[in-house]
Design a protein around this ligand. Structure first.
Ligand code: SAM
Length: 234
């Protein structure tokens, strides 16, 4: 993130009261129309998404669309996911306050911020250093102390801190990277990810109990590709 981009984000912390009140109203509308209206029922997920200021995680140019029903471009050709997709994936994770969560694909930091409201610790990996640094700045400004960011190939996971109660991949994978399955708790650990070909994928959920993996399939979606040793080439 450039210095000017950081100062613009800091500037947003000092938004006028009327503007902040407007964003609260937009978040309430987002919840009602995009989330509850489409079947999201987990109150903890809804409360977290009502609380996290999504406008702090979008670019200056997209501020007016911060609460729109769409994914938005961020820096480095990447995206912040559509609010509905964040809600679906978060709900599928069945998060508990004691959970340690691994996220692959920090991007803007928004999904990690939502997870951090619902779990004990969030480890998030981003392959693009500029995005990871930008997200770290935002977490610091928001006073978040339970999110840990690492720059690396997330398809290899983060073995040093494994096992994880929950794992979420926020980029489209051709299949679930085996290291992530290994690093998922075998005591009912849940992994949620968009899986499929480069252009069409579906959210899948894996539940691991002992050495058994149960898979369920959910909504269709569009994500940027997961790039790495167990992802796509580029
Ligand atoms: N969770 C993000 C948010 O809330 O803004 C959205 C993530 S964006 C859809 C996907 C991200 O995954 C991109 O930032 C991309 O650079 C990252 N990514 C792709 N392959 C990766 C890999 N192997 N390891 C870590 N991050 C990866």
């Amino acid at each position: 993130m450039t210095l000017s981009a950081v100062s613009k984000t800091i500037g947003r912390i000092h938004l006028r009261t009327e503007q902040l009140e407007l964003y609260v109203k937009e978040r309430e509308r987002m919840l009602k129309e995009q989330l509850v209206g489409r079947g999201i029922t987990d109150k903890r997920v809804l409360d977290a998404m009502l609380k996290v200021p999504r406008h702090n995680y979008v670019t200056e140019e997209n501020l007016v669309r911060a609460y729109g029903d769409m994914a938005l471009e961020i820096d480095c050709g990447q995206t912040i996911s559509q609010p509905y997709m964040v809600a679906v994936m978060t709900e599928l994770l069945e998060l508990k306050e004691t959970d340690r969560v691994l996220e692959i694909g920090t991007g803007s930091g928004y999904q990690a911020a939502v997870l951090s409201e619902l779990a004990k610790e969030v480890y998030t990996i981003e392959r693009i250093e500029q995005l990871a640094k930008g997200a770290m700045e935002k977490f610091e400004l928001a006073g978040k102390t339970n999110i840990f960011v690492k720059v690396s190939d997330g398809t290899l996971g983060l073995p040093d801190c494994a096992p994880y109660d929950k794992i979420i991949i926020t980029a489209a994978a051709p299949s679930v990277p085996p290291p992530l399955i290994d690093q998922l708790s075998s005591d009912g650990g849940i992994l949620v990810a968009p899986v499929g070909s480069r252009h069409t994928h579906r959210i899948i959920k894996l539940r691991k109990v002992g050495d058994k993996i149960e898979e369920t399939r959910h909504v269709q979606c569009v994500f940027v590709p997961l790039i790495g040793a167990f992802g796509l080439d580029r």
